[in-house]
Structure formats: C-alpha cells, structure tokens
Ligand binder design. Structure first.
Ligand SMILES: Nc1ncnc2c1ncn2[C@@H]1O[C@H](COP(=O)(O)OP(=O)(O)O[C@H]2O[C@H](CO)[C@@H](O)[C@H](O)[C@H]2O)[C@@H](O)[C@H]1O
Length: 242
C-alpha cells in the first residue's frame, strides 16, 4: 500500500497536456556562481550576542510565498501543480554536500524529472497587492480558474526552512467549480506548469506515515487540514450523489 502511495504523483490525473509535454523537455543543465544582484535571494552573515557569547549565522534572505489549496467541487478533486524546481534538483544531485557541480550535468545520470515536484498552486509575494489578490492571480495563471477574491480563505501562516533561509508562507484554501475554468493554466511568460488532480481517497493515501515527497511540507500540512476539516463534508456529498 505504502509503495503505491509514495509513487502516487505518477497517478495524478493530468489536466493540461501541453504543460505535461513541456515539463519533460529540459535538455541542458549547468551552474554558475550567484551574481550579487539577484532579485530573488540575498545571502549574508548575521551576528548576535546571546548570554554574553558572540555568535553568527550564515543566512539567505528570500521573499515570502503563498500557497493555495484548491478543491474543485464539481469534479470532487483537489487541483495541484507539478513543475521543475531547480533548487530541488540541485538538492538531490548534490546530495548532502555544498558542492556546486562544474560543467554540464549528465542528464542520463541525473534526469531532470528528479527535480519535478508535486505542489500546491503558489506564488511569490512580490507585488503591491493584497495577499488574497496575489493568490487569486496565481489560481488563474497556474490552474486556469477565475475566482472571486473573497473565495480565497486563510488557513495558516508559518515559515519555510528555518535554518538558513526563512520566508513567510501564507496558506489559503479556495473552492472552485467547472464554470470558473476559463483557461488551461500552466503559468505565464516562460513558466512550465502541469496541472493535475487528486481525489480525496488519493489524498488520504498520500498522507500516511512513511510517505516521501519531493517538495515542501506545506503540501502535507494542507492535505491534513483538508482531511480534518473538509473531507467528510465532501464524502457525504459524493454518497448523496450516488
Ligand atoms: N530563485 C529564483 N531565481 C530566479 N528566478 C526566480 C526564482 N524564483 C522565482 N523566479 C522567477 O519568478 C517567477 C515567478 O515565481 P512564482 O511567483 O511562481 O514563485 P514560486 O512559485 O517560484 O515560489 C513561491 O512559492 C514557493 C512555494 O511553492 C515558495 O517556497 C517560495 O518562497 C515562493 O517564492 C518564476 O517563474 C521565475 O521566472
């Protein structure tokens, strides 16, 4: 059972097939040092004195992010995304070292699929707009649903990786229906995002102990919240439909 669940992302129902095709088309990967003018991360060393002892920590400042757990009430499916995450790929191929590989990565040895995550619809907080408005835009751009901003409901606020980088993470819940589906999703500009769906049973299978995920813990947090707060309501709906 567990084995099946761990591989569950392979069984997700793919919604936007063009996103799925493009996701499998990474043909070259290589690394360079980080230029000092990155718009996305800023490394620094933070010093502090604690109980009279001077200490320091090497940290990376990142932007806040928000994630939206989407449930399609018409299709009775959770709507998720898959995409190639460079940081995940590097984390996997470098193992537990701080090495930056030189030259091109051998894609036969390390297929780009290693860096493909299953995750919630998400975005960076990088605009002068309300969090809910940014979330609404991400739901449209990544998953193709045009929803009113008041259907974006806050669930939790927590922080990402607390050792070296720590962004604020805002988790939202949004119910959508098929009539709000106005586009195929897949992201904007050069984003390559595959939209996938999972049933409540599949989500339940996903969160059992021992599951290994190629992504952020926010996905599991969101699934557990859904199972604790929403699943019984929608299971009852399904039973009544039959
Ligand atoms: N490190 C980087 N280097 C270069 N270009 C980058 C970059 N990060 C983003 N970009 C560019 O910005 C675009 C938009 O990014 P998004 O708003 O979708 O944020 P993302 O989902 O990557 O991360 C958000 O969501 C995830 C959760 O999935 C959070 O962990 C994260 O903090 C939050 O920013 C990307 O398509 C890419 O072009």
């Amino acid at each position: 059972m567990l084995k099946t669940c761990v591989k569950l992302r392979r069984f997700c129902t793919i919604v936007n097939s063009s996103g799925a095709q493009k996701l499998r088309n990474i043909t070259r990967v290589w690394f360079t040092p980080l230029p000092p003018d990155s718009k996305f991360i800023k490394p620094c060393r933070l010093h502090f004195i604690e109980n009279g002892v001077e200490k320091d920590r090497d940290i990376i400042k990142i932007r806040d992010g928000l994630m939206i757990l989407i449930y399609n009430v018409t299709r009775k499916k959770l709507v998720l995304v898959r995409q190639f995450r460079a940081a995940v790929y590097h984390g996997i191929i470098s193992g537990n070292t701080l090495d930056i590989p030189e030259g091109d990565v051998d894609l036969k040895l390390f297929p780009p699929e290693l860096g493909v995550t299953l995750e919630l619809c998400a975005g960076m907080v990088d605009k002068q707009k309300s969090l809910e408005e940014i979330a609404r835009e991400e739901v449209l751009e990544e998953c193709g649903y045009d929803v009113p901003v008041d259907s974006i409901l806050p669930i939790y606020k927590y922080r990402s990786g607390i050792g070296a980088s720590s962004g604020g993470h805002f988790l939202y819940y949004c119910e959508v229906n098929d009539s709000q589906k106005v586009a195929s999703g897949g992201g904007v500009h050069d984003e390559v995002i595959e939209v996938v769906e999972l049933s409540i049973d599949e989500v339940e299978c996903f969160v059992q102990s021992g599951t290994e995920i190629n992504g952020a813990p926010g996905l599991l947090v969101a699934f557990l919240w859904f199972l604790a707060n929403k699943a019984s309501k929608y299971r009852a709906c399904c039973a009544n439909d039959n």
